[in-house]
Design a protein around this ligand. Structure first.
Ligand SMILES: *Cc1c(COP(=O)(O)O)cnc(C)c1O
Length: 383
């Protein structure tokens, strides 16, 4: 394991030793619910598949190593991962979270967990003073996502870690957009990192899954307990697909961001695009912070085309990009946040955040740059 230093080497090798019976080079899918025991009180460490599954274990160890941590826990979806992390807290706990978050996370906090006595303060996480002002004696967690969806705002993870430490709160970072290839929140002081593995980790738009990672033993024990006690685990097939997928994560991310940078620059020059949000552009308000805490700027861009009508014209004209929710797959996707992913956020809040009728979010895939650029150009020419 110490031989595996680089990111791609870890992705391909950690917990990927050939299987012991046949030498199978890929980890088998252990499609079983239970395991034969030798005699009463004697088994091989595997009793029941909600608790232990070798395929899942291999994926959990592998993805933990990518975040530079010792423990990973897989879940049936990103939301199941987030829900399980929130169960570390108890009724009456106060959470400071970002106001610009994945819509499903906002819904879980606002519509579900608030019924169980959790208290939430949503703030602009890029404003360090606002976060400090929101802290209370009963604050148990700071929960953030960076870059945010869809406005690509950047949270200063190290600054949040300092505030969390001082107030004895946990810092949780949703690292879905950046992936561990571009950003390692635990190395910047976060206590817990989580992902919707549905997105870049899976990378092929063919699965739904989630993962929680930590290098703190006390937290790992609690998450492991909750994973088994609550039971929101994946079957063995998703971990197997994910093991295959992360082998190419480094290559994919390089191409995703190369395409995104080219498209962002094109859009910034284009007279029909009012504004571009991409952390890799010098015009992005948090460009310097992104350059400091990330090793690249990722594959996600948002553009403002001025109105619902213009957005509709663009969406009808685009051909290589597919109009669809989700992100992070090899194929380029176009999303209209107001009508698709962020409809549940009240209009006045959307307006304040910049999530307008003319906002479009691009998940730049790994197709040839020339084809994506030509597609964007022809669609913009109709506006
Ligand atoms: C998609 C997403 C989630 C939710 O994950 P699912 O796998 O869809 O349950 C959480 N956070 C972010 C940033 C996401 O993009």
């Amino acid at each position: 394991m110490t031989m595996y230093k680089g990111f791609a080497t870890k992705a391909i090798h950690v917990a990927q030793e050939p299987e012991s019976v046949t030498g199978s080079v890929t980890t088998p899918i252990f499609q079983t619910s239970t395991y034969a025991q030798e005699e009463i009180g004697k088994h091989k460490g595997f009793e029941y598949a909600r608790t232990q599954n070798p395929t899942r274990f291999a994926w959990e160890k592998n993805v933990a190593s990518l975040e530079g941590a010792r423990w990973g826990y897989a879940f049936g979806s990103g939301m199941a991962a987030i829900d399980t992390v929130m169960r570390l807290l108890s009724s009456g706990a106060h959470v400071v979270c970002s106001e610009d978050m994945y819509g499903g996370t906002f819904r879980l906090f606002d519509k579900v967990l608030s019924r169980y006595g959790y208290l939430f303060s949503a703030v602009d996480m890029s404003d360090i003073e606002a976060v400090k002002a929101a802290i209370r004696p009963e604050t148990a967690m700071i929960y953030t996502e960076t870059p945010t969806n869809p406005m690509m705002r950047i949270t200063d993870i190290a600054a949040m870690a300092a505030i969390a430490k001082e107030s004895k709160a946990l810092l949780v970072v949703d690292n879905t957009f950046a992936t561990p290839y571009l950003q390692k929140p635990l190395s910047l002081g976060a206590d817990i990192v989580l992902h919707s593995a549905t997105k870049y980790l899976g990378g092929h738009s063919d699965l739904v899954s989630g993962v929680v990672i930590t290098d703190r033993e006390d937290i790992a024990q609690q998450i492991g307990f909750l994973q088994n006690a609550v039971g929101a685990v994946p079957g063995p097939f998703e971990p197997w697909l994910l093991l295959r997928s992360v082998k190419t994560l480094a290559l994919r991310m390089e191409k995703h961001q190369q395409n995104a940078q080219a498209i962002a620059q094109l859009c910034e020059q284009h007279p029909k695009v009012h504004r571009v949000w991409y952390p890799g552009l010098a015009s992005h308000p948090h460009h310097d912070l992104a350059a400091k805490q990330m090793s690249g700027f990722g594959g996600m861009i948002s553009i403002e085309v001025g109105s619902y009508q213009q957005a509709q014209t663009f969406a009808r004209a685009i051909k290589v990009f597919t109009l669809a929710e989700s992100l992070g797959g090899v194929e380029s996707l176009l999303c209209h946040p107001v009508s698709m992913t962020h409809g549940s956020i009240p209009k006045e809040k959307r307006d304040r955040l910049g999530i307008t009728d003319g906002l479009l979010r691009l998940s730049c895939g790994i197709e040839d740059s020339e084809d994506l650029i030509a597609d964007i150009n022809q669609a913009l020419s109709l506006l």
